[in-house]
Design a protein around this ligand. Structure first.
Ligand code: DX5
Ligand code: ZN
Length: 236
């Protein structure tokens, strides 16, 4: 599969977002990834639909909205109206949380099973509006949870860090999850968190074809080279 690079604006200079966007375009990035955080699903607050709409005006690149928020169903339409082309919803919003993360302020959120009907409803809602539906899983949530809805998603995003911040260390267990998923799923498998020169080859070998990166791209002295290297990798 062809490798695609999705740049997360989380490590960009937020005072110069337009510049970050045009650099991404110039260097051949395939998509932009917007990390939406609410301070409840994850311990950080970032971007809402207003900023996504501003980004939309500056680019024709596809925009993915990664919704790290409680009650994502309340905001799906807002992000689509703001101009997102893909909506990523977290499996952890659709099942009973583990005892370790049930309370307010306990992270990371994790589940062992999801309410299939509830997820289907939201995936369908995204697709009915002509947008791509992506299901996201946190590092602690098993891939098996997704099995019954794989036929109804355009992509799966495997988190390789616990969501909340860019610049974290890659969690190696993600590799096994990607491999398992690739055996059953032909669509896009995206990986998010800790992608860099040391981790990316294993990620691609495991079966991922969409590489999300924030700090590797924005903090590198040669971001154009980063994109070239990532896109030059041989997918499975
Ligand atoms: C983490 C976000 C990621 C993050 C990736 O919660 O979902 O998209 O920005 O950052 P890096 O690439 O620096 O790990
Ligand atoms: Zn993300």
């Amino acid at each position: 599969m062809k490798i695609e690079v999705s740049v997360s604006l989380l490590s960009a200079d937020f005072g110069k977002l337009a510049e970050a966007i045009s650099l991404s375009e110039k260097f051949g990035v395939d998509r932009l990834h917007i990390d939406v955080m609410d301070g409840h699903f994850v311990p950080n607050i970032t971007i809402g639909p207003v900023v996504l709409a501003a980004v939309r005006k500056y680019t024709k690149l596809p925009i993915a909205a990664h919704l790290m928020i409680e009650h994502p169903w309340d905001y799906i339409d807002d992000f689509i109206n703001a101009g997102a082309d893909l909506i990523g919803i977290h499996a952890e919003c659709y099942g009973e949380r583990r005892a370790s993360c049930r309370e307010y302020g306990q992270y990371p959120k994790e589940v062992d099973a999801i309410d299939v009907e509830m997820v289907r409803r939201d995936l369908q809602r995204i697709r009915d509006r002509g947008k791509k539906a992506c299901l996201v899983i946190n590092p602690g949530t098993p891939v098996g949870c997704l099995e019954r809805v794989l036929g109804e998603v355009d992509s799966v995003l495997v988190m390789s860090v616990n969501p909340g911040f860019s610049g974290q260390k890659f969690i190696v267990d993600a590799l096994g999850k990607i491999k398992l998923l690739r055996e059953k799923f032909d669509g896009d498998i995206a990986v998010d968190g800790g992608i860099n020169g040391e981790t990316v080859e294993q990620v691609v070998r495991a079966g991922a074809n969409v590489l999300v990166t924030a700090s590797y791209f924005f903090n590198h002295s040669d971001p154009a080279g980063v994109v070239r290297t990532l896109k030059g990798l041989q997918g499975v």
